[in-house]
Design a protein around this ligand. Structure first.
Ligand code: NDP
Length: 475
């Protein structure tokens, strides 16, 4: 008997993907550097389907039908390179290596180009939803050749999360497109989490709501347009009492958020592409600010305003819902613009609507909201920004008074709301008739003779400023 597909790297992610494939009727070859993991999988879950465990890479490769499909699920970075090399040496032209780890898309581009030279297909694939998703249905974001997609498609479609009868997977585009999209997905996730956290903080400290009351508010929100996995778990967390102390769980958790790096990559890449993602950037910086115990300790004694809770709590809660929704629209719009910019830079031709659709299931950011994004791109695939599409433009118009008021309350009460404020600043920047960039460009011309363009005629101009500015040339 031959295996339909093989998985090498059987830690949580690989093991669960292998089980998911087997549960869907595929015969799955298994391999892991340390054979004990392979044996443990077969021993514990062997009755879930047909597994062909292999002790060596050679045995593993020999057990696969052609074209061979090898899924690599090992630690990102050097281990991934080592394992790819080990298997590439044993494979034949036309075979497919899938990297389902969290690789940087530039590494994926490099690996794809190198393997293509050797006649192999390399499919850098975003897999989201953590270990639970891997087992029960992730969102799968494959890059690589169209040919490899056709060979993987039936398998990916059957193991992916399903929403309204549609599998949460699609061919994202060539080489690094899949890992790029997965990276931006994670950046958006950072922003979404930050915005929810700010809503909680404002409601608690300006609105005067207790965690148990907030759980109810978030539950109510989860029945409306904010309906999403992240809002749902937020309600659960806020309702949870720490069994040891009897205090609200959120109050016993150290207020320092960690990160593994994909949010940082999203922002670094956006800087390289010149794609403004200030909402996502604030979310990444907010996590690092929280982690700087030294800075926070040094500044703790600095004065803030005297606080007075808002007069009408219920009305304030409604305004925060609007501010949250509006800021969320901005964060997603920025993320999708970054995907658009990456797609243009690398020639990927990514379908933005289809990308939104496959995040509706199996992802941490799964939400009804993504249907609206899909619809917006279906109506106008070339729209420069989601903010200007009818559904979102209307929601922003409806939210803007509340949004401004919530940001003003945050400022007045001394409650940090960098996500809400950045999103609003972005909104106001895009809609501004004139930006003070005119002054910045004038300054650049003054000190660096960088020239400027005019509103009333074409061409490039330079003014001879009083003190010859060209003495000091600076960017
Ligand atoms: P880990 O990232 O913890 O990696 C452990 C696996 O890598 C083991 O199978 C290990 O083999 C293997 N490995 C490490 N170094 C080498 C090497 N030099 N040569 C051969 N094999 C090696 O496993 P996870 O399951 O957590 O994640 C796998 C991938 O999926 C990672 O890239 C991760 O970023 C990504 N991912 C993880 C998610 C999660 O929620 N955990 C979510 C989405 C993606 P051995 O048993 O012999 O040590």
């Amino acid at each position: 008997q031959q295996a339909n597909i093989g998985v090498t790297g059987l830690a949580v992610m690989g093991r669960n993907l292998a089980r998911n494939l087997a549960r869907h009727g595929y015969t799955v070859a298994l391999h892991n550097r340390t054979e004990a993991r392979t044996k443990a999988l077969v021993q514990e879950f062997g009755d879930e389907g047909t597994f062909l465990p292999a002790a060596t890479a050679e045995e593993f490769v020999a057990s696969l039908e052609r074209p061979r499909r090898v899924v690599v699920m090992v630690k990102a970075g050097a281990p991934t390179d080592a394992v790819i090399e080990e298997f590439a040496a044993l494979l034949e032209p036309g075979d497919i290596i899938v990297d389902g780890g969290n690789a940087h898309f530039l590494d994926t581009r490099r690996r794809e180009a190198a393997l293509r030279e050797r006649g192999l297909h390399f499919v850098g694939t975003g897999v989201s939803g953590g270990e639970e998703g891997a087992l029960n249905g992730p969102s799968i974001m494959p890059g690589g050749s169209a040919e490899s997609w056709e060979a993987l498609r039936p398998l990916f479609e059957s193991i992916a999360a399903q929403v309204d009868g549609e599998p949460c997977t699609t061919h994202i585009g060539p080489d690094g497109a899949g890992h790029f999209v997965k990276m931006v997905h994670n950046g958006i996730e950072y922003a979404d989490m930050q915005l929810i956290a700010e809503a909680y903080d404002l409601l608690r400290h300006a609105g005067g709501f207790e965690p148990a009351e907030l759980a109810e508010i978030f539950r109510a929100w989860n029945t409306g347009r904010l309906d999403s996995y992240l809002i749902e778990i937020t309600a659960d967390i806020l309702a949870h009492t720490d069994p040891e102390t009897g205090r609200p769980f959120v109050d016993v958790v150290l207020d320092q958020a960690e990160q593994k790096g994909t949010g940082r990559w999203t922002v670094q890449t956006a800087l390289d592409l010149g794609s403004p993602v200030n909402g996502i950037a604030e979310a990444v910086f907010a996590r690092s600010t929280s982690g700087h115990a030294d800075l926070r300790a040094a500044a703790r004694a600095l004065p803030g305003p005297s606080r007075e809770p808002v007069a009408d709590r219920a009305a304030f809660a409604e305004k925060v819902e609007k501010a949250l929704y509006a800021s969320k629209i901005v964060a997603y719009a920025q993320g999708f613009n970054e995907i658009q910019a990456g797609s243009a830079e690398y020639g990927w031709d990514i379908d933005l609507g289809a990308t939104a659709a496959i995040w509706r299931g199996g992802c941490i950011i799964r939400a009804a909201f993504l249907d609206r994004i899909r619809a917006a791109y279906a109506a106008d695939p070339a729209t420069p920004t989601l903010l200007a599409t009818p559904d979102f433009a209307e929601a922003l118009a409806d939210a803007q008074d509340a949004w401004r008021e919530v940001v003003a309350v945050a400022v007045r009460e001394g409650i940090p709301a960098p996500g809400f404020a950045a999103a609003l600043a972005y909104y106001d920047s895009l809609r501004a008739d004139r930006l003070p960039a005119a002054l910045i460009q004038s300054q650049r011309d003054y000190f660096g003779a960088h020239t400027y363009r005019r509103v009333d005629k074409d061409g490039s101009f330079h003014t001879l400023w009083a003190d010859d500015p060209r003495k000091e040339i600076d960017a």
